[in-house]
Write a protein that binds this ligand. Structure first.
Ligand code: BGC
Length: 712
């Protein structure tokens, strides 16, 4: 169907049928749903059973049900328009990938894109047309449980990872039903909820909104994301779900988004709870007039929009615009041509390998006092609450997995190591048993972590420190004089300030999906060299939050990095582990940063000229390894206070032992400019420090200058 045909189709539809296209229903009562579809009162069905689906078990997709609903829609409903089936395919289907925050630690958008392609294929094969992913909310607060679903604290990294996920989901042959429509969520500022409490209020200035929270959405639109989901939150008193400025003027008019906006779960009706609509009818009017296109599950649109049109409170023209967007996406993803599921055979082995490549690259080595890779001749013991765990290695928002594909850390170790291994059972071991058994053991591997229900939607913590009983375990083992290697399987950063000293090595394994345990053991034995880098700052303690690297200078403490120098009385201001940090088994030496031409005029920059800033990186250690070379910018003098550093480029390179490579970053207006507080993008004349190194604390820098016409 061409675009003109969509317009004609809309003309031929009754108002009731049009409103039906804006209604997303649940699958709770199949018979009733069939009836509603038959009447043309449903445009989409969500395949989730509960409001916080990520935390609960969900019914599996039943293909026959979907085909029957679709048959009714295309054969019996008045307009014969196919349904679009949506399900939260957040980071895996049968094959589970690392949780998104971990995926960002790979700093490898290509690997991530390929793996998401595989996941899209698996979901499409079961009849899913549309996923509510990626979550591209910036999060500077690890208390917020949903930081697990995003790509961390940095807008540039989040933009790149979000784009790779969108491409992975969407960029196969849409018409063949091999891809699924993506959804950039939760627009806007959801990650800024105060105190890290889910659904809370956010206070965001225009300056911060445009320079941080909006950027990943701009990037998602550039990657042609099909849909956008609103945030539950209010920004400075304005609920996003009823903001015409955010949903229409900024998103559609200014950023050029062409797909449709779906509300988050029952978010339209929640305007009543938020106290800005007196009832569901008024809520429907507010959201429709903001041009929020589709209403998820609360029925406000289907119940009230036609009455609101009759009363002149919502125009039919607005409804037509919303319907157009929905049909445009249905057309784009081939639903009119191929409404039914055609199943294909899937090579799960290939998908497992893609998942393994991801988990290999996300696991982050935070500390290593010469204990890793592990010497196979040493006697080791395995202990800890995550040793035999499988489910929680997959993280939140996973239900479609096949647990038979997952191995525990203990199982993989047993395959590898043989008799010098002492594996403690899962439950009820007592110190009286442990202490004598550890007699001649050299190194203890402690598998620690949090349940998949601890990080995720509405799972927020007031204290993110390592749980007390796990800290106690580490302390007591260290007290026996053993070397302790901690394997940390958490969805979010934790405060390691107190715990750090009890570990000789810290391998932050996140919740890395189906192949997590295989990657962990490969890294411990040195078969894989770790290459993850932190996408979010690790505080020492919860009290330091919010703590993020792209901070401004403190007026009384000059250049202070992470606000360094301006300490708390009971804690310094620097983090435990900074953004971009992660160790390798090898060593990388950086040449001084260099730049061919260190001055360009503003005019040249405006015309697309760029600074080419580069370094040579050499692998000077004993192993082949991957390094993420990172490029940060600091604007030294501007009309607004600017961050001490901002990531503007990264490149993950493989260097064999002794090998070197040159890495060049191109920096132009986009990288050097910023949005002033009035919503205008500007590149100001003056000097910039460009830093290139292995994490955000690097001091390897070169100065470049943007010259104003008058100086020239
Ligand atoms: C979450 C969304 C999710 C939706 C559907 C909501 O509670 O906030 O991220 O996509 O439910 O499951």
């Amino acid at each position: 169907m061409c675009l003109k045909e969509i317009t004609n189709k809309i003309r031929s539809m009754s108002l009731e049928e049009k409103i039906g296209q804006l209604n997303q229903a649940g699958l709770w009562d199949f018979e009733l749903l069939c009836e509603e579809v038959r009447k043309g009162r449903v445009g989409s069905v969500i395949l989730a059973d509960s409001a916080t689906a990520g935390n609960d078990e969900q019914q599996r997709v039943i293909i026959d049900q979907l085909n029957e609903l679709q048959r009714i829609a295309v054969e019996e409903s008045p307009s014969h328009i196919p349904l679009i089936f949506g399900r939260d395919i957040i980071h895996g289907y049968r094959t589970v990938l690392p949780v998104p925050l971990a995926a960002a630690a790979s700093f490898n958008p290509d690997v991530v894109e390929k793996a998401y392609r595989a996941v899209a294929y698996e979901a499409a094969n079961d009849g899913v047309h549309w996923t509510f992913s990626p979550m591209i909310d910036i999060s500077r607060d690890p208390r917020w449980g949903r930081c697990i679903e995003g790509f961390g604290e940095d807008p540039y990294l989040t933009s790149k990872m979000g784009q790779s996920v969108i491409r992975g989901f969407q960029n196969a042959d849409n018409k063949k039903g091999d891809s699924i429509a993506a959804c950039a969520k939760h627009y806007l500022g959801y990650g800024a909820v105060e105190g890290g409490r889910d659904y809370g209020k956010a206070e965001i200035s225009e300056y911060t909104l445009r320079n941080y929270y909006l950027k990943p959405f701009k990037a998602a639109i550039e990657a042609d994301v099909a849909t956008v989901m609103n945030s539950f939150s209010e920004i400075s008193g304005q609920p996003v779900v009823s903001s015409r400025y955010l949903l229409h003027d900024l998103l559609k008019d200014e950023l050029g988004f062409r797909g449709f906006v779906i509300s988050d779960w029952a978010a339209v009706a929640q305007l009543v709870t938020q106290g800005v609509a007196k009832d569901r009818k008024e809520a429907a009017a507010l959201s429709a007039n903001a041009e929020l296109d589709m209403d998820m599950v609360d029925g406000c649109y289907i119940d009230y929009l036609s009455g609101l049109v009759a009363e002149g409170k919502v125009s039919e023209e607005t409804i037509d615009k919303m319907v157009y967007r929905v049909l445009y996406i249905k057309e784009k993803f081939g639903l009119f041509e191929h409404p039914f599921i055609t199943r294909q055979k899937i090579d799960y082995q290939e998908h497992l390998e893609l998942s393994k490549q991801c988990s290999d690259e996300v696991i982050t080595l935070l500390k290593n006092k010469d204990v890793l890779p592990l010497d196979r001749s040493k006697k080791i013991a395995l202990l800890g609450p995550f040793l035999h765990e499988k489910r929680s290695l997959l993280g939140s928002w996973t239900w479609d997995f096949d647990i038979r594909m997952v191995k525990s850390i203990a199982e993989v170790f047993e395959e590898y190591a043989g008799r010098e291994l002492l594996v403690f059972p899962q439950s009820n071991y007592l110190w009286d048993d442990i202490i004598p058994a550890l007699g001649d053991v050299d190194t203890v591997i402690l598998a620690l972590g949090e349940s998949y229900r601890v990080s995720g939607e509405n799972n927020c913590l007031a204290n993110i420190d390592l749980p007390k009983e796990q800290l106690e375990l580490a302390k007591r083992i260290k007290g026996l004089g053993k070397k302790v290697i901690g394997v940390f399987c958490f969805g979010r950063p934790i405060g390691l300030g107190e715990a750090d000293i009890y570990f000789d090595a810290i391998l932050y394994a996140w919740q890395a999906g189906t192949c997590a345990a295989r990657s962990i053991v490969d890294i411990i034995y040195g078969k894989v060299n770790p290459s993850g880098k932190l996408p979010i700052t690790f505080p020492r303690s919860t009290g330091q939050i919010p703590i993020y690297y792209n901070y401004h200078t403190m007026p009384r403490n000059g250049m202070g990095y992470y606000g360094e120098g301006s300490n708390y009385l009971d804690c310094c201001s620097t983090p435990m582990y900074p953004f971009g940090y992660g160790m390798s088994y090898t060593k990388f030496a950086y040449s001084e940063a260099r730049c061919e031409k260190t001055a360009l005029t503003l005019e040249e920059l405006k015309n697309g000229k760029k600074f080419k800033v580069g370094v040579t990186v050499t692998n000077t250690g004993e192993y082949d390894g991957k390094e993420t070379v990172q490029c940060y910018v600091r604007d030294l003098l501007a009309t607004m206070a600017r961050p001490v550093r901002e990531l503007k480029g990264f490149s993950k390179i493989l260097l064999k032992r002794g090998e070197f490579k040159e890495v060049v970053f191109e920096l132009g207006s986009e990288e050097l400019g910023f949005y002033n507080g009035k919503g205008e993008f500007c590149v100001e004349p003056g000097e910039f420090d460009i830093f290139i190194g292995g994490d955000c604390t690097t001091n390897n820098k070169i100065k470049i200058t943007a010259v104003s016409e008058t100086e020239n």
